[in-house]
Design a protein around this ligand. Structure first.
Ligand code: ME8
Length: 645
């Protein structure tokens, strides 16, 4: 980071309120949070913005489907995003909503400024519009002449009066910006992609709609009440209105943004439209637009219909929020796609965090307790272990640029080198031998080296794992803050002498997946591990229980099995592609009409079996006593396929 840049304005996309937060949203937000914590620690004046995008036809429709007004609906979902970020301790400075009054005023001011400049004109638009992506496509971009190239849904032909932004006017200026600023779009491969797109020619952009209502109106001076603003103009402007643009401009000196963090899905909007709008407004351009890749689950795209969307809270609750943060940032090279699997997460926790970091601290606590009653000193560290120390500092020096160029996986990889140096030093110098041979000073200095390495690593890991690293720091007698960063990292000072505080192991080993898998592709992970726990007096472990996959099913069809006194044949929806056929011995107690449309509980991973020549792909849960049999059903209706457990 260059010295003259004392401010850091960091943003996430503002998330649409048509969906509840999932791992993808958490990923972007956690990266931004990491950068923000680092910036503050490094003494930069930092402003971290996140929020929700609440206008547009998509939201209007989603609200209608639920019998709510768009605002009621937006309040609810926006609240869920905010609540999750609060629960995740995300250190945002502002949570913006595009329904905020001052945001809407700011957007109107921008529209008027561009209009007065001659960059906006009125015409008629005819095009193929995808409601889901809120984007127009040309005939040639469509798939099979009809479907959206981004999401695959059918597009509509829309012909309407519209205001246009002269995007074409900015083509050359944009190309100049990309070419002169090698790092304006990260990773660099994405920049090449954008350059190719813009070189292909830019058409003017339709920036108002008359076909729906739920959006920011045009400025009163333009007086054209049937138009509302295109949701992307409204949304992108949030980065400026959050700083008070057009209303109370006190914070506007945070502009330009140091980095807009986004997913690769919205690169075109951020790397083409947004800088063009800014040029039209005569505002400086952001320093970086950084686009990360896509998360899939066990190799599959996540989707609501597959029921394999990862709920970040569930993962954080099971595995620990900070372990999850570390995993996401370490697992995938920024810009590349990442696959979430519990196996990969467990490996990272056990190996990187448990073995490399946690054990090192445990070893230090153990050895210093034994050799010196917990007293640790930095005296003689530089003298006796200067080579190790300088290698450690070399690694630490490389970190900051990696962080600000979004190479977070490299950052963490590099940060693990000092830990390897520390672990290697213990194995090589064997302090227990030193103690035996009476080389006490050397052994103490070695412990001092280990403590200093742990302290420095903790400081640089702090943005990724804020609380865990404070616990490490506490054990080592200091607190992580700007002073510690200046002293231990910038000035390469060593720790003051301290007495180590014992802390419980930070990363207990995890043997088996802690969450039940929903996707069948997860079979791989469910393989029993080598180390199986023995049943104690008929008890089973939670993992053994979860080997039985129970789910709520909806009975779509029911009929008697000819010639059978006992059996009914059911078609049961378990939220999968096809309903399951289940043949159940319940005819004595239920007629087909009793069952149609009702819900049942199903053992869903039972080996299929044939009953009277019919394949049965599951078993219903029921309770039977002297008075007869009763099916077990959910107390309130649940979506077909909802796991039980
Ligand atoms: O696009 N993997 O909002 P959005 C990784 N409102 N990241 C993912 C992801 C996945 N599977 N799914 C979503 C919008 N994301 C607009 C933005 S900004 C002015 C307006 C993340 O709710 C990723 O950051 O669809 C992506 O860019 C963002 O969520 C899209 O969120």
């Amino acid at each position: 980071m260059s010295e003259h840049c004392k401010k850091a304005y960091i943003t996430t996309p503002i998330y649409y309120v048509n969906d509840v937060p999932h791992i993808g949203h958490a990923y972007t937000t956690i990266i931004a949070d990491t950068l923000a914590i680092y910036s503050r620690m490094a003494g930069l004046e930092t402003f971290f913005l996140t929020g929700t995008d609440e206008h547009g036809q998509k939201i209007e429709q989603a609200a209608k489907q639920r019998g709510k007004t768009p605002k009621e609906y937006a309040d609810e979902i926006s609240g869920r995003f905010k609540a999750l970020w609060d629960e995740f301790d995300i250190s945002y400075d502002k949570f913006i909503r595009t329904t905020d009054e001052d945001h809407m005023l700011g957007v109107q001011k921008a529209f008027k400024t561009m209009y007065d400049k001659g960059d906006i004109y009125k015409d008629v638009y005819r095009g193929h519009y995808c409601i889901s992506c809120e984007a127009f496509f040309t005939e040639t971009q469509l798939v099979d002449g009809e479907f959206c190239p981004e999401c695959g849904k059918p597009t509509q032909i829309v012909e309407e009066e519209s205001y246009f932004f002269r995007l074409s006017k900015y083509q050359d200026k944009l190309l100049e910006w990309y070419r002169e600023n090698e790092k304006c779009i990260l990773p660099k491969t994405r920049r090449n992609e954008v350059i190719r797109f813009v070189e292909g020619g830019l058409e003017d952009l339709s920036i108002t709609r008359t076909s729906f209502d739920w959006g920011v109106k045009l400025p009163p001076e333009i007086d054209d009440p049937k138009h509302v603003m295109y949701v992307w103009l409204d949304a992108l402007m949030n980065y400026l209105t959050a700083l008070g643009y057009g209303t109370d401009e006190k914070l506007l000196d945070f502009w330009p943004a140091r980095v807009h963090l986004i997913g690769k899905d919205i690169l075109r909007f951020h790397a083409v439209y947004w800088p063009a709008f800014l040029m039209s407004l005569d505002m400086p351009l952001p320093k970086h637009i950084a686009a990360h890749g896509w998360w899939t689950r066990n190799g599959e795209k996540m989707s609501k219909s597959k029921g394999n969307v990862i709920n970040p809270k569930e993962v954080a609750d099971a595995y620990g929020l900070e372990n999850f943060r570390y995993f996401m940032l370490r697992e995938v090279p920024f810009g590349g796609d990442g696959d979430f699997s519990q196996k990969a997460l467990i490996d990272r926790i056990n190996s990187d965090l448990g073995n490399d970091l946690g054990n090192l601290l445990n070893r230090l606590i153990g050895m210093s307790g034994k050799y010196s009653d917990g007293a640790v000193s930095s005296a003689k560290v530089a003298e006796l272990y200067g080579e190790e120390l300088s290698e450690v500092h070399d690694s630490l020096d490389k970190l900051e640029p990696l962080l600000f160029e979004m190479q977070l996986h490299h950052y963490l990889e590099e940060l693990w080198k000092p830990l390897a140096i520390a672990n290697k030093a213990i194995d090589r110098y064997q302090p227990w031998v030193m103690m035996k041979e009476g080389r006490v000073q050397e052994a103490y200095a070695l412990l001092g080296l280990i403590a200093n390495i742990l302290a420095k690593v903790a400081v640089m890991l702090h943005p990724v794992m804020p609380k865990t690293t404070q616990t490490i720091a506490r054990a080592l007698g200091f607190t992580i803050n700007q002073t510690a960063y200046e002293d231990l990292i910038k000035r390469k000072d060593l720790l003051s002498d301290f007495t180590i505080e014992k802390v419980p192991p930070l990363f207990p080993r995890i043997e088996d997946p802690l969450l039940q898998e929903v996707a069948p592709a997860a079979a791989e992970e469910k393989k029993p591990t080598e180390k199986k726990s023995e049943p104690i007096e008929g008890l089973i472990t939670i993992d053994q229980f979860f080997q039985t996959k129970l789910a709520v099913g909806t009975v779509l069809e029911a009929e008697e099995v000819p010639k059978s006194k006992k059996l009914l044949r059911l078609q049961v929806d378990l939220g999968e592609e096809k309903p399951r056929q289940i043949v159940a011995g319940i005819k004595e107690w239920y007629s087909p009409a009793d069952l149609m449309g009702t819900q049942v509980c199903v053992v869903a991973n039972l080996k299929p079996a044939k009953l009277m020549g019919l394949l049965s792909e599951g078993m219903l849960l029921a309770a039977k006593d002297d008075e007869g049999l009763a099916l077990i059903r959910p107390e309130a209706p649940k979506k077909a396929g909802t796991p039980i457990g």
